[in-house]
Design a binder for this molecule. Structure first.
Ligand SMILES: [Zn+2]
Length: 347
């Protein structure tokens, strides 16, 4: 065994076991090194994808996530630990910190924000590929619109219980998300991680399949087919079907990007599987954290970790993000959340 510190190991040998694979090769490894991937969401799927991509030597990762870490995340969000939870770290920032320790030779950008119709196009612009680490269809349809509009590939993935689904989208060549699922399912009718649970091995399997699809796209694997793959990790089953473009698809055939034209004002969103509501101000401005600290300190417990401010009042916790969003934890009542935000934070 070599005692040489990893940081001084030449990068040529770092990826030796991967570059020697006939499906990757030296040219494939160089392609990964010169690629930028946007990872949307740094929860269970996103953090696992990000770790695999960082270890594989993808040159630049842009991580976007809107949430902070809580203890119940650790069962399946394998990049994080209890210290991250104690510090109430935003997931994107905690992921970036850990990934920089894993691979200091790549560039990692972390953005603590939510993906909306307003910013999705700008987020995708520098990326060669987008990978779906989200937990909601609202964001996936936004990604699909923006990716098809800009002609960039993306890899859809979803996981719940012991099941998962994966599909790579190559705009102009194969079907997009709306070719297969023309409209988002009604979010109120869908089971969530909270009600149905999720097995961590299903997460890892889905993330592994998604990252493999990303590798195939980046090394330009010519044999890649257009397939939708459904798996059940408990039963050990995989079903993969060839999928086709819908010649009348609103998105990729008619090129009407309905989700991108959704102008969002002030809004509130109940987070999937969470006893929490996000309140987004109409005009997003960076909060004045020192002013907030002074105002809130007499009213409850205020904690500031350099990234987010947390205010505890009775059995509610209010987290203020640098982009102006506010997360009210301990309720799913949007009216109550908005009134607490108006009362304590201002709008
Ligand atoms: Zn389509």
């Amino acid at each position: 065994m070599s005692a040489e510190p990893a940081a001084t190991t030449p990068s040529g040998s770092r990826y030796a076991r991967q570059a020697v694979l006939d499906v990757i090769g030296r040219a494939g490894q160089d392609a990964l090194a010169s690629s930028t991937i946007l990872v949307v969401g740094c929860g269970a799927l996103g953090s696992t994808q990000a770790e695999l991509l960082a270890r594989a030597g993808v040159g630049r990762l842009i991580l976007v996530d809107r949430d902070v870490l809580e203890l119940h995340n650790l069962q399946r969000q394998i990049l994080f630990d209890e210290q991250d939870v104690r510090e109430l770290m935003p997931k994107a920032a905690a992921a970036a910190r850990r990934l920089r320790a894993i691979n200091s030779e790549i560039v990692i950008d972390a953005q603590v924000t939510d993906v909306t119709a307003t910013n999705v196009t700008e987020l995708i612009r520098p990326a060669d590929l987008v990978i779906d680490g989200t937990d909601n269809f609202e964001t996936r349809y936004l990604i699909n619109d923006a990716a098809v509009q800009s002609g960039k590939p993306w890899v859809y993935g979803g996981v719940l219980g012991t099941d998962g689904t994966v599909m790579a989208v190559r705009p102009g060549l194969g079907p997009c998300l709306r070719c297969i699922f023309p409209d988002p399912p009604d979010a109120h009718l869908l089971p969530t991680c909270e009600t149905q649970g999720v097995l961590n091995t299903a997460v890892v399997w889905v993330a592994a399949l998604q990252v493999t699809e990303a590798f195939k796209l980046l090394v330009r694997d010519s044999a890649a087919e257009f397939r939708l793959t459904a798996l059940d990790v408990w039963r050990g089953t995989t079903h993969s079907v060839v999928v086709h473009r819908n010649e009348t698809c609103v998105c990729c055939a008619e090129r009407r990007f309905e989700f991108l034209s959704d102008e969002r004002g002030s809004s509130s969103t109940v987070f999937c599987g969470r006893n929490a509501v996000q309140v987004t101000p109409e005009k997003r401005t960076a909060p004045d954290f020192s002013d907030l600290c002074q105002r809130l300190a007499p009213l409850g417990k205020v904690t500031m970790n350099g990234l987010v401010l947390e205010f505890g009042c009775k059995d509610r916790r209010i987290v203020v993000f640098p982009d102006g969003r506010v997360l009210v934890m301990g309720t799913t009542d949007t009216a109550e959340a908005r009134s607490l935000v108006a009362k304590y934070i201002g709008s």
